[in-house]
Design a protein around this ligand. Sequence first.
Ligand SMILES: *Cc1c(COP(=O)(O)O)cnc(C)c1O
Length: 369
Amino acid sequence: MKFAGPLIDEATIAGVADVLRSGQITSGPWVERFEAALSKFCEGRPVRVMTSATAAVEVALQLCGIGPGDEVITCAQSFFTVLNMIVKCGATPVFVDCDLVTRNIDLAQVESRIGPRTRAIIPTHWPGSLVDMDALHGLARRHELRVIEDAALVIGSRYRGRPVGAIGDLVTFSFHPNKNMTSIEGGALACNDEREARRVDVLRFHGIERLADGTRDVGFPGGKFNLPDVNARIGVEQLARLPEFLAHRRNLVLRYFERFPANTDCVLPPRPVDGDGQSWNMFSILLPDGLSMSRKMFRDMLLTRGIATGVSYEALHLSTLGRRYGYQRGDLPNTERIAERTVTLPLHAGMSLDDVDRVCDACADVLGR
Ligand SMILES: *Cc1c(COP(=O)(O)O)cnc(C)c1O
């Protein structure tokens, strides 16, 4: 059993074949359709698609004018993207810790690390519970900081009834095959207004600006991040099916809560509550501290029972790159404990309730030894 993966139907596969036959295979009408659908999803805010969420974070940082001498506060319990893109833009990452259960960024620590060079905050939203957006954006407004919400894992989650991407400042999504919906590779950036979106058009395509005389100019070394129509064709269909995917994922998570063996001392994610508006991209548990076997052994034993698992995520501040900024073990205890004890169990739209039962039985068997 895979631990993540896409569900692509025959109509989409036929649609991709049509795009391939059309001859218009890189960015074109399907990108426009995908962006229009995403913009509608974000309650009318302009959205631009790109080749990945990583590209979207890089472009968002450039859009904010962040570079050398600037600091960006982010959570060390996240994917490498946030660290890499802050460093790539020439800025300095400032890491703070997260909550042990929700894994969301600790906003009190964010406030305590704001200084004269701070320009932005990049929080990563976790499946099952979003960052407290009122507190986050209130804090950002008080200190005149930009916010780039890393919403790679949570497209379809709602905050006070409104979808992530419709509110706040800049928001990035991922359409990697392991996420809630896919375009093979792909990502998106939700912007505040058309002026920002037009700047994103430039930044994602070489930095090229078109001049009145029909020639081109560049004033900034832009990337080459435009999404092909082949990918956008898949994205359009996937976005239409997102509610169905999310409903199924939620049922699988409810089954995990029903069937996961009790009394194992594992820390489970926050339990779903009716009407909470949360989406579930991953079901990540923390193994008990007192467990006699290593995480590697636990994962290997599940694998011999045909069950693949993941690690989400390693501690960014303890990576070789993160340590260059002076961080060491012990700095961010919750992040480090999660990094050492987390296991992501299988969860994807192609799974059945029986599959969840098989995973839970295997966990009971392995943990019971
Ligand atoms: C997957 C992921 C990313 C990167 O997404 P790509 O589209 O692969 O670049 C960034 N942040 C988080 C939290 C992710 O899970």
